[in-house]
Design a protein around this ligand. Structure first.
Ligand code: COA
Length: 162
């Protein structure tokens, strides 16, 4: 395992400005937090400016309510040449809860850019534990699926001449 910082944790309270008319945190707000935590994680790992390239499936499992303690745990689970694949878990609960419940998880991919804005190499992540090996395969499958359906869409519209 390298010396690069692999994890980033965010912890804060859901505020009234984060919620929708039903009193639950906006899905878009949760996606923004995920993007921010993953950005910090990718930038720390690579030591470079990074941009979001793809977000895997996000399933909203349970709502986050105003006043809840929210925790995001982001960690690098796979690297390519310029890409970093970050696994994020979002958990929430009341401030009195001893254990927070998972509300979302996803894989989000960032690419490190050099000063010319071109993709640049990142330090390699090596999975050693059983869980890390599982999460690395999960990230690879997510990338392969995302790229393959994207290619199908491009082919479809190319055949139609669009
Ligand atoms: C990110 C960007 C510079 C990549 O440039 P590009 O020439 O398309 O680069 P590539 O096609 O070689 O892809 C770069 C990496 O992304 C990976 N990638 C591409 N599509 C992917 C997907 N759907 N899922 C996961 N990884 C993906 C590639 O595998 C490659 O990884 P590698 O270097 O580790 O092999 C360019 O697409 C871009 O500027 N996108 C907009 C980014 C942005 O504005 N984000 C939102 C605001 S931060």
């Amino acid at each position: 395992m390298s010396d690069h910082v692999r994890n980033v944790e965010f912890r804060f309270l859901a505020e009234p400005t984060h919620v929708n008319f039903g009193g639950k945190v906006h899905g878009g707000m949760v996606m923004k937090w995920i993007d921010q935590a993953a950005y910090a994680c990718a930038a720390r790992w690579s030591g470079q400016y990074c941009v979001t390239v793809s977000v895997g499936t996000i399933r909203f499992r349970r709502p986050i309510l105003v006043g809840h303690l929210v925790e995001l745990d982001a960690k690098v689970v796979h690297t390519g040449t310029s890409s970093m694949h970050i696994f994020i878990q979002v958990r929430s609960g009341t401030t009195q809860d001893t254990k927070l419940a998972e509300t979302n998880h996803c894989i989000i991919t960032f690419v490190a850019l050099d000063e010319q804005g071109k993709p640049t190499a990142v330090p390699a992540f090596v999975a050693t534990t059983e869980e890390d090996k599982f999460l690395e395969q999960y990230a690879i499958q997510m990338k392969d699926f995302s790229q393959s359906v994207e290619q199908q869409m491009l082919d479809f519209y190319q055949q139609k001449g669009e």
